[in-house]
Design a protein around this ligand. Structure first.
Ligand code: GLN
Length: 553
């Protein structure tokens, strides 16, 4: 079952977490993809949760959803943005899910009386997961979460060591990302923690082929040489990756560092990576333009990019492609509840996904404000639900609300209600409507025009199909429990909002829009998950374009 042609890159981290191990791994992948290889990535995370769905986004960042409906963490979003492939349930391997699978197998008698152990059972299952995830790849990159030496991470380290026995050491490249701090009081860079981390890694049987030394500022060559000398690694293989403005410049940093020669050697090809599109993106992103669009993100958790990572990335990429500066304003939804003047002066409003009632009245007010003042609006999942509630209220149903926030069928105000089969599951994991679902777009709607235009320009084709009858079918990822109650479509229409896309059987509302607005589009899906820096999602692009359209240079 092993994919014989695949080569594997294992990326571990030392000293501290959060120093850009994932971005370094994705950047190496980007370079290899630019050399023409099919590259995939996988994250092995040692925490004991079964998935990331129930994790608090403030602590853990955005929950990212794969096309096949797994709730994962934001690393997979980075992988998709850098490598433009679709991750899957095989791209994430958490200790919790491995234990769960082993215990279920044991309970079902699958081990035939054997003692179940970390080695070889846990490690064996991790190897199986790596093989599955790399099934169709030329190069498969596995990032191990946390830092070397963490208790929970040890079985993963042992698994990736063992993996080389399976596929041959020459088919594996071990990359260690270590941090070298600068101590201001003594005015020097300290390599000791990095040396210790590499010693630990050696103790687990892995001598890395590449060591990426992360520093705040460019480090003198002597620092890398010292680490090389103390760790028994050739000095060419120890490279410096200093901090850089944007994560999308890291591939260029990696190229500059000298790693390319090692990668070339590993894959057996000197072909130059074609980084032209990334260069163009980097140029556009760094440039200052004559026009600035001010977009308000009306949300519950403000000020932290991680919580709405895909949304902010999609906006930034769209601004770069539309050649405008993005002025992103984080607006606390709870404050909008009391004071809608916070929305004044915005060129566009985004209401992203969300759960729970805190701040929801502010989000409803934001949608209402957009409807009343003809301000471009993009609603994502909860953003669609609040748009429908706002429209129903404008249409005359004053107490319109969602069952999530206390509306009841009995009171005739449940414009948003719980989906069939979701009752009683409100605080359980992995039970929402998750992952890819099709939607059929209504003819002549703005949404249909946007997707069709992008499809025809070959700019956005992920799952978009123009059917023979001229209708457009799209596939987007989902993560929700509630939906629009179609009983209320008339009152929603009276408030100025119409349905522009439904599930193919017509049962679920997937897109709504306001025909009289310059741009007012909301979707029950999360198009941000499929937006790419080199290919921003058309709904985001058109939203940013509309927001900038009343601006003069
Ligand atoms: N809380 C809403 C639901 O469950 C919206 C979910 C979301 O925005 N992802 O339907």
């Amino acid at each position: 079952m092993t994919n014989k042609k695949c080569k594997y890159i294992f990326v571990t981290g030392g000293v501290l977490s959060g120093v850009g191990k994932g971005i370094t791994a994705a950047s190496i992948g980007t370079i290899l993809k630019a050399k023409g290889y099919k590259v995939t990535m996988q994250k092995c995370d040692p925490y004991l949760n079964v998935d990331a769905g129930l994790l608090n986004p403030v602590e853990h960042g955005e929950c990212y959803v794969t096309h096949d409906g797994v709730e994962t963490d934001l690393d997979l979003g980075h992988y998709e943005r850098f490598l433009d492939f679709e991750t899957s349930k095989y791209s994430i391997t958490l200790s919790g899910s491995i234990y769960k699978e082993l215990i279920e197998r044991e309970r079902a008698g699958g081990f035939h009386g054997k003692t179940v152990q970390l080695v070889p059972h846990f490690t064996g299952l991790v190897c199986e997961k790596i093989e599955k995830a790399s099934k169709d790849s030329d190069i498969h990159i596995v990032e191990i979460g946390g830092t070397i030496g963490d208790y929970e991470g040890l079985p993963f380290v042992e698994a990736i060591r063992l993996f080389a026995n399976k596929v041959g050491r020459r088919n594996c490249l071990y990359v260690s990302v270590v941090y070298v701090p600068f101590i201001h009081t003594s005015n020097e860079l300290k390599t000791k923690p990095a040396q210790n981390a590499l010693k630990d890694l050696r103790g687990f049987g892995i001598i890395p082929d590449v060591v990426c030394v992360r520093t705040e500022n460019p480090a003198p060559r002597a620092i890398c040489e010292k680490i090389a000398a103390f760790s028994g690694i050739s000095s060419d293989a120890v490279v410096n990756l200093p901090d850089i403005q944007s994560v999308y410049d890291v591939p260029f940093n990696v190229l500059k560092s000298g790693v390319l020669a090692i990668l070339n050697d590993f894959v057996g090809s000197d072909k130059e990576p074609d980084m032209n599109r990334w260069k163009e993106f980097s140029r556009r992103r760094a440039k200052k333009y004559a026009r600035t669009v001010r977009i308000g993100l009306v949300a519950k958790y403000v000020g932290n990019d991680d919580t709405y990572m895909c949304v902010t990335e999609a906006l930034k990429a769209s601004a770069a492609w539309d050649k405008v500066n993005l002025d992103l304003k984080w607006i606390n939804a709870e404050e909008v509840e009391k004071n809608t003047s916070l929305l004044k002066g915005l060129d566009g409003i985004v209401v992203p996904g969300g759960f729970g009632s805190r701040g929801v009245e502010g989000k409803i007010k934001a949608a209402e404000y957009a409807l009343k003042h003809n301000v471009p609006y993009l609603g994502l999942c909860l953003g669609l639900q609040v748009a429908c509630i706002a429209a129903a209220r404008l249409g005359g149903l004053k107490d319109a609300n969602s069952e999530e926030f206390g509306a009841r069928e009995l009171d005739g105000n449940n414009v948003i209600y719980i989906m069939e089969g979701q009752k009683g599951k409100e605080s359980t994991g992995g039970t929402m409507r998750l992952g890819d679902y099709k939607a059929l777009l209504m003819p002549k709607t703005n949404v249909m025009k946007i997707y069709k235009k992008a499809f025809q320009a070959n700019e956005y084709i992920y799952g978009t199909t123009v059917l023979e009858n001229g209708k457009v079918e799209v596939i987007e990822r989902h993560r929700h429990r509630y939906e629009v109650n179609q009983k209320f479509l008339n009152v929603i229409r009276d408030g100025g909002v119409v349905v522009s896309g439904t599930s193919p059987d017509g049962k679920l509302v997937e897109f709504v829009e306001s025909p009289s607005n310059r741009f007012f589009v909301a979707t029950q899906a999360h198009p941000e998950f499929k937006s790419r820096p080199l290919n921003p999602h058309p709904l985001f692009r058109e939203f940013v374009k509309a927001a900038g359209s009343n601006k003069t240079a």
